[in-house]
Structure formats: C-alpha cells, structure tokens
Design a protein around this ligand. Structure first.
Ligand code: GTP
Ligand code: MG
Length: 221
C-alpha cells in the first residue's frame, strides 16, 4: 500500500514537471536542477557563473532551502532575479513548488534558469522539477566514496562538478578513484574539476553551459 501511494505521488510530480518544462521550453529557456550535499558549493558555483557569464547570458535563479533566504540574499546582491522556495523542512524540491513560483519571474528574454535544490545527496535526485538537465556538485572534502554510496544523483547528472580542488593538497581525496566510479555509474556524464575559490576549471563549465543554451534556443525556434 505504501509503495502504491509513493508511485502515485511520483506520477503526479512527473506530470507537473512536464508542464513546467513545456512552459519554459516554449520560452526558449534552458533549465538546470542543481544538486549536491549541504555545503558542496552550489551557491558558490552560481555566484561564479553569474559573474563569469554576465555579459553573455540572461539568467534567473530559483533557490530551494529548508527555512532561510540566505542563498537568495547572496544571489540578489548580483542583481539577478531570484525567487525563494522554503520547503519548511522538506529535503527536496518538487515540481509543484517550482510551478507555483514561475509567475513571480519575468520569463521574457531569459536564457537560463538555475534551480538550486535543497542540499542533500539522496532525495532531490528522485524528483523531476521541470529541468532540461540535472547537474551534481561533489566537493572533494566529502570523500571519493560518495558516488558509489549515493549513485542515483550521479547517474542522473549530465554534468558532475568536482568542486574545491584547491583543497586537494590538504585531503586524501583519490581523484582517479572518484572519476572511475562516477564514469562507471554514468559513462555519459561530463566531469569538470573546478574550484569556486580559485576559478580553475570554471571556463570549461561556462563553455558547456553556453553550448547547451545555444542548442536550446535552436530547438525552440
Ligand atoms: N576552498 C573552497 N571553498 C569553497 C569552494 N566552493 C565553495 N566553498 C566554500 O564552501 C562553503 C559552502 O559553499 P556554498 O556555496 O554555500 O555551498 P552550498 O552547496 O550552496 O550549500 P547549501 O546551500 O547549504 O547546501 C562556503 O564557505 C564556500 O565559500 C571551493 O572551490 N574551494
Ligand atoms: Mg546554497
């Protein structure tokens, strides 16, 4: 009985996610569901991306958080439209939450919406929220064992950002092993080794993103 109820919830979620995706696709907007553990660097990646691509793309951010507006306040400082969703303790965003805030954004002229999910390596991966792609951030301070321990979030990611590589000299993180495990789970994923502190690796991420936005516009015309 419990399993049946869960199946129905996910079915309904997928229907709403499809509606969100259709609406945003019609507007030619590329949408990212940005996931990863608490503190892996999701908001830092967004801050860098806003600055790095400010002259090239027009973006908005939807921030998911249990209770606070802290990340939204960080994003707002960059002059980017941002909407906060508080889950009230819920461990992930669902499509209905995203659908309910879309009217707060001016979609006209936007190239990109990034939805920063609640910091969590498990639950967000189970819910589509209308995105084109999922992107997972893993900071090297979390340990190279995480991909095999939490495979779904890596299996679904079009890009995995291995963040905080500036800290590699101070940890025992085994990069070769992490890359081999992520590739075994998801051979198609794009792996980017980056630091949101030093900026290393981020141009590779920007190039990937610009190409996706270009392709999305081409498909929408
Ligand atoms: N050394 C180092 N620190 C980083 C890097 N990226 C982020 N940080 C730091 O890591 C901490 C967490 O970064 P956030 O960007 O807030 O992480 P988050 O994933 O958005 O966290 P939640 O939203 O709480 O899940 C902050 O103190 C950042 O300054 C990095 O590449 N190198
Ligand atoms: Mg954050």
């Amino acid at each position: 009985m419990q399993i049946q109820v869960m199946t129905n919830i996910l079915d309904r979620n997928d229907q709403i996610a499809a509606e969100v995706h259709k609406r945003l696709s019609a507007a030619g907007i590329f949408v990212i569901n940005l996931m990863g553990s608490p503190g892996c660097g999701k908001t830092s990646l967004l801050e860098n991306t806003i600055v790095g691509l400010k002259n090239e793309i027009s973006m908005a951010v939807i921030e998911g958080d249990l209770f606070t507006t802290k990340d939204a306040e960080r994003i707002e400082q960059y002059g980017v439209p941002v909407v906060q969703i508080n889950t009230g303790g819920g461990c992930h965003l669902d499509a209905n939450m995203v659908s309910s805030v879309l009217d707060s954004l001016d979609l006209e002229g936007l190239d990109l919406i990034v939805i920063e999910n609640v910091g969590n390596l498990v639950c967000p991966a189970e819910f589509n929220i209308g995105e084109d792609v999922k992107v997972t951030v893993l900071s090297i301070t979390e340990g190279e064992d995480k991909p095999l321990k939490y495979p779904l979030i890596f299996k679904q990611a079009s890009v995995v950002i291995l963040n905080k590589v500036d800290l590699l000299p101070y940890t025992n993180f085994d990069m070769q092993s992490a890359i081999a495990d992520i590739t075994s789970i998801n051979p198609d994923t794009v792996l980017v080794q980056a630091s949101c502190l030093s900026g290393i690796g981020l141009p590779e991420w920007y190039d990937w993103l610009k190409e996706q936005i270009r392709m999305k516009k081409t498909r929408s015309i």
